[in-house]
Structures are given as structure tokens and as C-alpha cells.
Design a protein around this ligand. Structure first.
Ligand SMILES: [Zn+2]
Length: 583
């Protein structure tokens, strides 16, 4: 294959020589033109952008513009270098004595930079400016940057620096702050296709628009890559009657037929497992790599999701019109949750196919699983189903005194919910009953006291009671507890005061030294963990975890919503904790 030599030729042949040739970077060109016109030319420039967007090409055009003397030898710095004067020619050919190009990727050390710095003080040999072009400048070592910085701080008048980098974040701010920065954009598909068409025409090559679209998409905004691919594509079509077609480019790039991938995507979504498997093996027989097919499916899932959010995304000129309309139709028809789930499952499948001993087998399994994506329950539906499952009886035990320790998870949730649902804090006529011993009977357990605190919306007290009190003994009107080490010293007093205010009955809250059960928070945490462990073993959840890579189990008490609603329904209380109030 002689393509490599051929494409180098074409990429070089159509390398932009002037700013007018530089496609897709209008903003940068305008800024540079203004700077040159006003005579305010920066001492240092830095070009950043992905590979192949024209960073070093721009650097050379700037170098030419700075040193160009025009065809008659009398011109000054210009943004339209003549291309024929001795300096323009020498720079184009890469042999100008005053324009030094250095690749920082191969010369990262401080000594390499020192060479430059030492030569900075000698005047330019023949041209107006001595110009240093340093490519991949982010690769310089810290000491090299420091050495460079000294020169950048006080550069001689006749010296200009032009840096290029793909990773601007790795360039020290101290260096950046002394450079005029240009962000070279990815070249837009329309602009790229026009550029490729122009080159193809001047090469008298026949190539279809679909083929150019495929090249444009593969180049991902890099003009150099696109030109190289075009060169290969043209040589593939040489001597053929129709020139280069999309099929040839697809083969050259190892791409599956997008139309067929869309067919497969469609079958998967319709749940047509047999059809999808047949299509998969047909594409496999035609030479498509299972991994590539799944990657294409993922790309389509992403593409349709984007169209769903921003319909104008379908107007991508690199995608043939019939595919665009198919994409739009699918975006209308498919729910976002199905698309995101499909995306997640495809990522998982790609992982599996990559590691499976037989990638086709793994791909088939993935396709079968994917055909069920539309009728998989959503996470919310899963939770509903889980809730309807019979729950094993609570496993009691532990705890001391009259305090009922938090029983098994679901039970504890309901127990905490009960006081909320049945009665709120005593007020009005009910409150008048307060003080009578049998009234305290409704606070039969410590849980009901906690419920009262929650009902009164004293969230600070609630947190303290749940987190800092190890209950040793409880009976209505009397609480004995061991404080946790971080408990507030006045917790007992405050709790007694509040309970008395709310229930209009006397409460004894007593600190003891032993016999405390775990705090409510501790009990809840261990219950949550037990619930998670049990949930993870449930086949439905296990399946869900498998289907959603990276998913985790979160405990959401079923009664919580009802509780929250009940709380919201309660009237405001005056005795709410005020963060600015001393108590
Ligand atoms: Zn010139």
C-alpha cells in the first residue's frame, strides 16, 4: 500500500500558507489582523487546540508575516505574507536561520531551553525578528519553564515566541500570562466538507458527498486528519468509474454501514431478539467487528438522546438526510429513560465483549439482554415491586430496659411512622388533658417521644436525641440514658423542658453510667446495612445491579414520604428552634 507516502504529500500540498487559507479559525485571524494593523504585536503567542487544527501551521504563517518583506523587499510585518520573498520561501521550506522550531516533546530539559535562551541575545542574522516556535510546550520540565520565564519577562525587542500545545492546562499560568492566547477550534463539519470538496476538485478526483461526510466525521474536527484520509480515499477510488464512494470509505475506515446499525438498533428496541441476532450475525459475516457494532449502537443511543434534547442536532451535514430523519423519528418515539438505560447497558456490554474469550458470543448475549431494555422496570418500579415482596419477620433482640431497640428495617420504619400518622402533639382540647397520668400512656415507647419531637419540628433536638442518647431505661415520663461522648451537657435538661412544655406533664430525664442501648442513629445505620445486604441478594436487585453498571443500593424508608407529608400538614409551632436564640 502506497497510501502513507501519498497522503503526506497531499496534506503538505494543501497546508495553508496564508491566513486566508486557514479554514475555520476566523476569530483568531481577525484578532491577529487587528494586532498587526495597529502595530501591537505580542511578544509571545500560544496556540492551543486538538491535534490537526493548525497550531504549527498558524505559527509558521505568523512567523512569515512577521518577517515578510514583500515581493519588492520593502514591506513590513503583515498578516498577508507574500510567499515569494526570501524569508517567506525559507520559512515555508523550514530552513530560515532566524526561525527556530523546537519540539518540546523530544527536548524537555532545562539544557535544551538554555540553548535557546543563550541565543536570544544575538540579533537576528538576516530577518526582522528572531522567532522561536516551540511545539507541545506543555512537555517542558518545570526547570525548563522557569528558565524560559526569565526570558519571557524581559524579552529583547527582536525576539518573538510562538508556542503550541494540545494541553493548555499543563502550561504554568506564569507563562500563559505573558502570551497572547489563541484557542483553535475544531473545524465545523460544513467548513470541513467544503475544504475537502475544494481539495478533491483541484486534484480532479471524483468522490461522493456521502464519502466526504464519512471522512469528516472520522476526522473529528482535525483538518490534517481529514486531508490525510481524503488522500487515502482518493487513491482507493483511482481508476474506478464512479471514483470514491461511501462504501469504499466505510471499508477503508472499518466502519459498519450506519443504515444497517440503525436497523439493528430498531430491532433491539422493538424487542425483536431473533431479528436482531440475525442482523448481528449478518454484519459479522460481512466482516464487521462485534465490538465495533456495539460501539456504533452506543453512538446511536447517544446521538438519538442528543436529538431528543436539542432537535437541531439532527441537522449534522455529515449524516445523510435519510439517516437524519430516521434519527428524528426515533428520538420522538423512544423514552429518554430507555435511551439512557440502553447507553449504560451498552457500555457494560462493551466491557464484557472486550474481555470475553469469544467476543461474538458476548455480543450476542448483550443483544439478547438489550432486546429486553424496553420492558425492564425503571428503578422506581423496582422499588415498588420490592416493597410488595413479603418481608421476613423482624429479628428482635438486644437493647436494655424498657427501651424497644429498633427492630428489623421495614418494621422500624413503620413503628416510627405510627405516632405521626395517628396523633400529633397535644394542643387545644387535647392539651387540657395533659398532666393526667394516663395521658402519658400514649408515649408508651421512646420511639413515640422521638415522634413527638419530630412532630414539633425541633430538628436540632431530634438530631441530638437520635444521635447522642443511648437509652438505658424508659417509661412514660421518665427517660434514663447514657450520653454519647459528643452529647451537649445540657441535653437532658433541655429535653425535659421541651417535653414538659409539649405534654404539660412532668418528665424526668436522667443521665446514667451504664446499660445504654445503641443510639437510634446507630441502630438505623446497622439496620440500613442489613437491609442493603438483604436487598443485594434479591434476584431482582441483583439483576438490576448487573444491568446498571456502577449502580448502588440506597435505603429509602417507604413510610418516609407519608411522614414528610404528615409533617408538612402540621401547623407552624412557635417553639421552633431559632439558631440565633440562646437556650
Ligand atoms: Zn514574504
Amino acid at each position: 500500500m502506497n497510501a502513507p507516502t501519498a497522503y503526506r504529500v497531499l496534506a503538505r500540498k494543501y497546508r495553508p500558507e496564508t491566513f486566508a487559507d486557514l479554514v475555520g479559525q476566523d476569530a483568531m485571524v481577525r484578532t491577529l489582523k487587528n494586532a498587526f494593523a495597529s502595530g501591537r504585536i505580542a511578544q509571545a503567542f500560544i496556540m492551543t487546540g486538538i491535534r490537526g487544527t493548525g497550531k504549527t501551521t498558524t505559527a509558521r504563517i505568523i512567523a512569515k508575516g512577521l518577517n515578510c518583506i514583500g515581493p519588492d523587499g520593502t514591506g513590513g510585518p503583515t498578516t498577508e505574507p507574500c510567499g515569494v520573498c526570501e524569508h517567506c520561501v525559507a520559512i515555508t521550506e523550514g530552513r530560515h536561520v532566524d526561525v527556530l522550531e523546537m519540539d518540546a516533546a523530544s527536548r524537555t530539559g532545562v539544557n535544551d531551553i538554555r540553548e535557546i535562551i543563550d541565543s536570544v541575545h544575538y540579533r537576528a542574522a538576516s530577518a526582522r525578528y528572531k522567532i522561536y516556535i516551540i511545539d507541545e510546550v506543555h512537555m517542558l520540565s518545570t526547570s525548563a519553564f522557569n528558565a524560559l520565564l526569565k526570558t519571557l519577562e524581559e524579552p529583547p525587542e527582536h525576539v518573538k515566541f510562538i508556542f503550541a500545545t494540545t494541553e493548555i492546562r499543563k502550561v504554568p499560568v506564569t507563562v500563559l500570562s505573558r502570551c497572547q492566547r489563541f484557542d483553535l477550534r475544531r473545524i465545523e463539519p460544513e467548513v470541513m466538507m467544503a475544504l475537502l470538496r475544494k481539495i478533491a476538485t483541484s486534484e480532479s478526483a471524483t468522490i461522493t458527498d456521502d464519502a466526504l461526510a464519512l471522512i469528516t466525521r472520522a476526522a473529528e474536527g482535525s483538518a490534517r486528519d481529514a486531508t490525510s484520509l481524503l488522500d487515502q480515499a482518493i487513491s482507493h477510488g483511482t481508476g474506478l468509474e464512479d471514483g470514491t464512494t461511501a462504501d469504499q470509505v466505510r471499508m477503508m475506515l472499518g466502519l459498519a454501514d450506519r443504515g444497517r446499525v440503525l436497523d439493528l438498533f430498531d430491532m433491539v428496541l422493538r424487542g425483536d431478539a431473533a431479528g436482531a441476532l440475525a442482523e448481528l450475525s449478518a454484519q459479522y459475516a460481512d466482516g464487521a467487528d462485534p465490538m465495533a457494532i456495539l460501539r456504533d449502537l452506543a453512538e446511536i443511543a447517544h446521538w438519538i438522546s442528543v436529538i431528543k434534547v436539542t432537535p437541531e442536532a439532527a441537522d449534522d451535514p455529515t449524516i445523510p438526510p435519510d439517516e437524519r430523519s430516521r434519527g428524528t423519528t426515533m428520538a420522538d418515539a423512544i423514552a429518554m429513560r430507555v435511551l439512557t438505560r440502553m447507553w449504560q447497558m451498552l457500555l457494560k456490554a462493551l466491557e464484557e465483549v472486550g474481555t470475553a474469550p469469544n467476543s461474538m458470543m458476548a455480543a450476542e448475549m448483550a443483544i439478547i439482554r438489550l432486546t429486553h431494555v424496553a420492558d425492564l422496570p425503571s428503578p422506581a418500579e423496582l422499588v415498588e415491586r420490592l416493597r410488595d415482596m413479603p418481608v421476613p419477620p423482624p429479628n428482635g433482640g438486644g437493647g436494655g430496659g424498657g427501651y424497644r431497640p429498633a427492630p428489623a428495617p421495614s418494621g422500624s420504619v413503620e413503628a416510627r411512622g405510627v405516632p405521626m400518622a395517628t396523633h400529633s402533639a397535644p394542643r387545644g382540647p387535647v392539651a387540657q388533658l395533659a398532666g393526667q397520668p394516663d395521658y402519658l400512656a400514649q408515649y408508651a415507647t421512646f420511639d413515640s417521644v422521638v415522634g413527638l419531637i419530630r412532630a414539633q419540628r425541633d430538628m436540632r433536638l431530634l438530631v441530638e436525641v437520635e444521635g447522642n442518647m443511648r437509652i438505658a431505661r424508659y417509661q412514660p415520663g421518665r427517660i434514663e440514658f447514657q450520653p454519647t461522648p459528643n452529647a451537649a451537657p445540657d441535653l437532658a435538661g433541655r429535653l425535659a423542658q421541651r417535653l414538659q412544655n409539649w405534654t404539660h406533664a412532668r418528665w424526668a430525664v436522667i443521665i446514667v453510667n451504664e446499660g445504654g442501648a445503641p443510639t437510634i442513629t446507630e441502630a438505623r445505620d446497622s439496620a440500613d446495612n442489613a437491609l442493603k445486604d438483604r436487598a443485594a441478594q434479591h434476584p431482582l436487585v441483583a439483576a438490576a445491579l448487573l444491568a446498571f453498571p456502577g449502580a448502588s443500593i440506597k435505603v429509602t424508608p417507604v413510610a418516609q414520604k407519608a411522614q414528610a407529608a404528615a409533617q408538612d400538614a402540621l401547623p407552624e409551632v412557635e417553639d421552633e428552634w431559632d439558631p440565633f436564640e440562646d437556650d
